[in-house]
Design a protein around this ligand. Structure first.
Ligand code: GTP
Ligand code: MG
Length: 584
């Protein structure tokens, strides 16, 4: 299917032509038929001589309804421009053409209508000249009469030639269906319609709705009035949504492939066409079927930052247009350069940003995004419309290679510095290192740690960091010499002081597994636990604290916390009468 939007001044015969081509009534509302004027978008379709199906989005020409017109043409790749032979080029001929140009529409056809009323020559010449200067370029022109039917076969043939030139739709792309209508069907619930410009929709699909937390499920699909299990771009589609209240969705909303679009209210864009030097501070941004007021902040010669009054699902490279609704003026086109731009807080940040933007063209490119963002999640890039063909450095993080190397160097520097400042610690806590490097995720630190560094027990240190600082190691050796024969006799507090084992040194030795701490100032050699269980297992069960103390040849100072530790580890169990048994 092909979809073509009409364009042209009020009363120039757009709806009459669509009616003559399709036999369908594009003016859906009684008020439109009564007033003989299109107010809102109309939809009709037919089969061309080639057999191809063509659907029309018929737009209103009246200047008051330009926003409706823009909602119709926004998602459509081709236009049928209608000019009346008897009236010629008029203000909304120009405004509609400016809109098509701003959106970069590249395919079109000129129909000079009401050719039964006047010589179509002058209107044709003027219109072709105007159109030729836009993104549409040279277009075929056909003179027709909606009243007599003259020229209609030629127009049908020209439409076939036009549609044959349209680029093949990208059906594998994610779906962004801009809603142009929503209504309720009794027994089915909410239905939304739109022009599917890319991708594929299937019954049962789960889709994201911009601005809503809950996903929606496609309950049914219609295209050209028929129920279908699936619809592929380009197509006019009506989507029945399960369990979605009608007021949740309306024109300007979008149904999205989940995880593929960034909802953003801040974008940096390039202005296309010749933007005025003094842009108004507020304008309306039209993209897809949406229209939102924006605040404009100039950055470079042709680049601006837009603050949207409502977040929209936008991608790098999107085309949109800015319009001044008060002055009825299409200010110009917009190409989105960045959908997650950095804040401009520092002095001079705007000028620096202008320089960055000057080098961007709206073509999403991975290497450049990585260079600018340094570290970014694959999912975030995908939502910006940037293809992700590089391997992550950790988790789903991608990194600019140069930045990643620099971070690797920083890791060794920081760990060395930490070791110097905290000689008794067995390395730098991973999270402290993460904060020092300003990294958003611990997996990045883990990926940056390379031999001879390693992560052990939540700290980054040299692989031989288990080796205790020499004074502590010496003290531990002396404990071993003095107490190796009486492993359950803990050194007294003053003996620990003599040995140079203060709380910090004991902490270091305990972390390194060289000492076992039972309580403050009560330490044993680490093998004491297993030995104790062996001795206690040799006692008649259950045994008392006193029996344990004697068997272990130790004091209450050691026996009480030792048995409590064994209880906690499940090696012994304390009975209600305070006796214990060894658990086997
Ligand atoms: N004689 C003659 N009258 C025509 C022709 N095409 C349209 N008309 C008349 O022109 C008037 C406007 O036609 P529409 O088709 O409603 O024009 P439109 O462009 O859809 O107008 P809007 O939707 O309001 O912008 C109607 O009265 C039509 O009957 C034609 O080819 N010849
Ligand atoms: Mg009309």
């Amino acid at each position: 299917m092909f979809v073509v939007a009409t364009a042209g001044h009020v009363d120039h015969g757009k709806s009459t032509l669509v009616r003559a081509l399709t036999g369908m009534e594009p003016d859906r509302w009684a008020e439109e038929r009564r007033r003989g004027m299109t107010i809102d978008l109309g939809f009709a379709w037919t089969t061309l001589p080639s057999g191809a199906t063509i659907a029309f989005v018929d737009v209103p020409g009246h200047e008051r309804f330009v926003p409706n017109m823009l909602a119709g043409v926004g998602p459509v790749p081709a236009a049928l421009i209608v000019v009346a032979a008897d009236e010629g080029w008029m203000p909304q001929s120009a405004e509609h053409l400016a809109a098509l140009d701003a959106l970069g529409v590249g395919y079109g056809l000129l129909a000079v209508t009401r050719a039964d009323l006047a010589d179509p020559g002058p209107a044709t010449a003027r219109a072709r000249a105007e159109i030729g200067a836009t993104s549409l370029g040279a277009v075929e022109a056909v003179a027709v009469s909606g009243r007599t039917g003259a020229g209609l076969p030629e127009l049908r043939a020209a439409l076939d030639r036009l549609t044959a030139r349209l680029p093949a739709p990208t059906v594998e792309d994610p779906v962004r269906l801009w809603v142009d209508r929503s209504f309720t069907v009794r027994g089915s619930g909410t239905v939304v319609t739109g022009t599917l410009g890319a991708g594929r929709l299937r019954v049962g699909d789960v889709l994201e709705v911009a601005g809503a937390d809950e996903p929606v499920r496609v309950r049914g699909l219609h295209s050209l009035g028929e129920a279908r299990p699936e619809a592929a771009a380009v197509a006019r589609v009506a989507v029945n949504l399960r369990g979605t209240p009608r007021d949740r969705l309306g024109r300007g909303d979008a149904l999205l492939t989940p995880g593929r679009f960034q909802h953003t209210d801040l974008v940096d864009v390039r202005l296309t066409g010749d933007p005025a030097a003094d842009l108004p501070a507020t304008l309306t941004l039209h993209v897809g079927s949406a229209a939102v007021p924006v605040r404009v902040r100039p950055l470079g010669a042709d680049t601006v930052r837009l603050r949207l009054s409502r977040a929209l699902p936008l991608l790098v490279g999107d085309r949109a247009l800015l319009r001044d609704p008060g002055r009825h003026h299409v200010t110009g086109g917009v190409r989105v350069l960045d959908v997650v731009p950095p804040p401009l807080a520092r002095r001079g940040a705007a000028a620096a940003r202008a320089q960055v933007l000057a080098a961007l063209d709206g073509r999403p490119e991975l290497a450049g995004e990585l260079r600018r963002r340094r570290l970014v999640r694959a999912g975030a890039l995908l939502r910006m419309g940037v293809p992700v063909q590089a391997a992550p450095v950790a988790g789903d993080w991608l990194a600019d290679p140069e930045h990643w190397r620099w971070l690797g160097d920083r890791v060794s520097e920081e760990v060395t510095r930490h070791a110097r400042e905290h000689p008794l610690e067995p390395g730098m806590p991973v999270d402290a290192l993460r904060q020092r490097l300003g990294l958003p995720d611990r997996v990045l630190v883990e990926a940056l740690v390379r031999p001879p560094l390693r992560i052990h027990a939540g700290r980054v240190g040299a692989a031989d960091a288990d080796a205790l600082p020499e004074p502590v190691a010496r003290a531990v050796r002396r404990v071993r010499d003095e107490y190796g024969e009486r492993p359950f006799r803990a050194p007294e507090a003053d003996r620990l002081v003599d040995l140079g084992l203060g709380p910090r040194e004991i902490g270091a030795a305990v972390r390194a597994g060289a000492l076992l701490r039972l309580a403050d100032n009560v330490v044993l050699l680490p093998d004491a636990l297993d030995d104790a269980v062996r001795v206690l297992a040799g006692l008649p069960q259950p045994f008392t604290l006193s029996a344990a103390r004697q068997a272990l040849d130790t004091t209450r100072r050691v026996a009480v916390p030792l048995l409590e530790l064994l209880d906690r580890r499940g090696a012994t169990r304390r009975l209600p009468d305070d006796a214990r048994i060894v658990v086997t």
